[in-house]
Design a protein around this ligand. Structure first.
Ligand code: CMX
Length: 136
């Protein structure tokens, strides 16, 4: 696969409202979008750091993957998202061939008009990994 950049870091939080003052007032970043991704049961807030984005993830349901992560004591960085130039489908096929465990066998719609797919952290040195590309 051809990774062009880190698109974003996903950061799990209990409440976007509670943590935004840290990111905006202390770090001086600006939240430019808030979007709910119903499919993933999360509310997201985006801030830019140069070309890389931070995606704050607040669960909207106890069944959300992010809610489970927080419940089990997970904090902070939840996933790393890589932009793939040759497409998520192609990247997934290559990962599958190499025996990497896929969470998503086909891409699905994520925030910011991206197609996304996750690789299981058990196959990716413990880092929940997202592959993404802009929707066409
Ligand atoms: N990073 C690293 N490891 C993680 C993890 C994470 N974010 N989430 C879970 N794990 C680990 C757990 O620690 C656990 O390890 P051990 O077995 O050693 O204890 C293992 O993975 C299994 O975890 P679990 O708590 O039993 O949770 P599940 O297997 O039910 O789910 C996962 C884990 C990764 C499959 C699930 O969270 C998932 O499908 N994630 C992808 C979707 C997602 O995260 N969506 C939210 C963001 C959406 C967006 O950005 O738009």
């Amino acid at each position: 696969m051809k990774i062009s950049r880190i698109d974003h870091l996903g950061i799990a939080v209990q409440s976007i409202d509670e943590v935004l003052p840290y990111f905006e007032n202390t770090l001086g970043l600006k939240c430019y979008a808030i979007e709910e991704v119903a499919d993933q049961k999360v509310k997201t807030a985006f801030l830019k750091v140069g070309e890389v984005k931070l995606e704050l993830l607040e669960p909207t349901s106890p069944e959300s993957a992010v809610a489970k992560f927080l419940e089990k004591g997970g904090r902070g960085v939840h996933h790393v998202a890589f932009a793939v130039e040759d497409g998520v489908n192609e990247a997934l096929a290559q990962c599958d061939e190499q025996g990497i465990r896929l969470i998503d066998k086909t891409p699905r719609a994520g925030a910011e008009k991206m197609n996304i797919a996750f690789l299981h952290p058990k196959s990716t040195v413990g880092i929940l990994t997202e592959l993404c590309e802009p929707q066409k």
